[in-house]
Ligand binder design. Structure first.
Ligand code: PLP
Length: 392
């Protein structure tokens, strides 16, 4: 039989979201009367804004009429959406339409982008990290090296001495919930300028940033246009986790002809994001919709604040949860992250995500998501208080 890509076979299956689901389902099957609350999922709980949905209905109708039908040919996205993105998010940086790409999700974009660079590029990821950086690179036969993040640096990555060609940085970070400030991000831009590297900046949670010390985009940092590709998504901001629409910026300044090369590649590998999704994405910039969407983000941030306060009250060490919907929490009594997962599931019927899923260095922590419904957050806090207050 033809050999299968060995890298896919070797992807870590024991420490995965699939394993979390398997263990949760097993618990539910063995405990028929259980009422498990998930603080695990990274999916949103708010539905798509009605106005955005109505634009998508209109788009479907356009597709059903000869005069307004749209088909192939929009490989890099429709100009109407690129113009919205430029106007609303990138105006001050002077980008042109040919530096913006519309796609169907950052999950694929952050791996696909590796095709732009030499197969032997030295890739740096952090540990812990969003697992797709590693599994995606492996699936394309690229090797990654890891920079261990340290609790004493609040899990912020500090540029190493050694030279790397490509560096994945995620801010606001999933799973850590932390975000890089101006100085910390400036250090990485300086590193990339000095080493001729490119930063792959995963910025899908940018709309959760409230703190003025945190840059919303890497392009707020001087000279970042020479060294950084930025990725954003409509998934969390506009509840498009099911619709699928994302975008990224490849600045012309990175190197001569970079966008010509990438456009050629894209024409050969991608037929463009869906028209209906792009029409919906465009509607998210409508003034009234922006107000509504911001209310949703505030709702998640309030969930995060409530969770953070509860964990602190119960004497947990916690990071994140301020400019991000995620909290990174240290396990107690030196439990491993799977042991902590079992304790939460069996004693409180709460699902948390074991830190080891995000890398070996995450094994003394766990991730909590604030993207759920308020009533579940309140109930989860009550259960945690009941469990821990009895034990102090
Ligand atoms: N990058 C990070 C850090 C994420 O947490 C996620 C989704 O959870 C993604 C990328 C993927 O986003 P999308 O829904 O646009 O594929």
């Amino acid at each position: 039989m033809t050999k299968i890509n060995n890298n896919l076979i070797n992807i870590n299956k024991e420490n995965s979201f699939k394993e979390v689901t398997r263990r949760v389902n097993e618990y539910k099957n063995n405990n028929k009367n259980s009422s498990v609350i998930s603080l695990g999922v990274g999916d949103v709980s708010k539905p798509i804004n009605e106005k955005v949905a109505s634009y998508m209905h209109d788009a479907v109708n356009e597709l059903s009429k000869k005069e307004t039908f749209k088909g192939y040919g929009y490989y890099f996205g429709h100009d109407f959406l690129k113009e919205d993105i430029l106007e609303n998010e990138y105006k001050e940086y002077g980008f042109s339409l040919n530096e913006i790409y519309i796609s169907n999700g950052t999950k694929s974009d952050i791996t696909n982008i590796l095709e732009l660079f030499d197969i032997n590029s030295k890739i740096l990821i952090t540990d812990p990290m969003y697992p797709v950086y590693e599994s995606g690179a492996l699936s394309l036969n690229r090797k990654v090296q890891k920079l261990n993040l340290k609790e004493e640096n609040n899990f912020i990555a500090i540029p190493p001495q050694e030279k790397y060609d490509l560096i994945y940085i995620c801010s606001p970070n999933n799973p850590l919930g932390i975000a890089y400030n101006y100085e910390q991000l400036n250090d990485w831009v300086e590193y990339a300028l000095k080493n001729d590297s490119v930063i792959l900046f995963d910025n899908v949670y940018h709309s959760f940033i409230r703190n003025n010390d945190i840059p919303k985009s890497i392009y707020e940092i001087k000279n970042a246009k020479k060294v950084a590709i930025e990725f954003r998504s409509f998934s969390k901001r506009a509840s498009f986790t099911g619709v699928r629409c994302s975008y990224y910026v490849i600045p012309n300044e990175i190197t001569l002809g970079i966008n010509d090369i990438w456009q050629e590649r894209t024409i050969n590998r991608f037929n463009g994001a869906g028209y209906v999704a792009q029409k919906g994405a465009s509607a998210t910039y409508n003034e009234n919709v922006v107000v509504e969407i911001n209310k949703n983000i505030e709702y998640y941030l309030k969930n995060a604040k409530m969770l953070k306060e509860a964990f602190i009250k119960l004497d947990f060490k916690v990071w994140g949860g301020e400019d991000s919907p995620f909290l990174w929490v240290k396990t107690k009594n030196k439990l491993t992250s799977w042991q902590m997962f079992s304790l939460f599931l069996e004693q409180m019927e709460i699902v948390i995500i074991p830190g080891i899923i995000f890398g070996l260095k995450g094994d003394n922590c766990f991730r909590v998501s604030a993207l759920g419904e308020r009533k579940n957050i309140i109930e989860a806090i009550k259960r945690m208080e009941n469990y821990y207050e009895k034990r102090t």
